[in-house]
Design a protein around this ligand. Sequence first.
Ligand code: FES
Length: 185
Amino acid sequence: MHESANKPTAEERSAAEEAALLEDVAALLATYDTRRGNLLPILQAIQHRHSYLSSGAMKKVAEHLSISYVEVFGVASFYNQFRFHPPGKHQIKVCLGTACHVRAGDIILENFERKLGIKEGETTADREFSIERVACVGCCALAPVALVNEYVHGKMQPSKVEGLILQIDIEKERKEREKRSSEPE
Ligand code: FES
């Protein structure tokens, strides 16, 4: 389906979002002095407000603290609390804590990656799905475990991966159909 002429395209939308994000990051940086020790708190504040660190945001942080982008990225990628892509509308988290790992949680992760065509830590181009690995979520008896939008799916199997994605797609289509039928002709 084509976007109508007056609707922004996905590229325009993401360029506008990135511009707004950078504006917000600039305002945030103005509240911090330029000591290097502020690096981690600044990254945490950006992640808290925007749920991820874009490369543009990290470049601004590097400029503010007069350090290199590589250093900022190096620190951020050391901590797994940071993500580098905007979260998808549907967030898939695969547990790779010990119990889930022993029960082949990594195979479940690979199946989600293959099905969606992205790697963990990434988001699909349409922003519908993102995948990440998480540490024990406290339901080890149900290992291996995956969370879809915070809903726990236990005893995961590769065949269940397909079903979960399909379920989300069907639900999306249903909502779109309902929306279209409620729109005036
Ligand atoms: S290790 Fe996955 S729930 Fe505990």
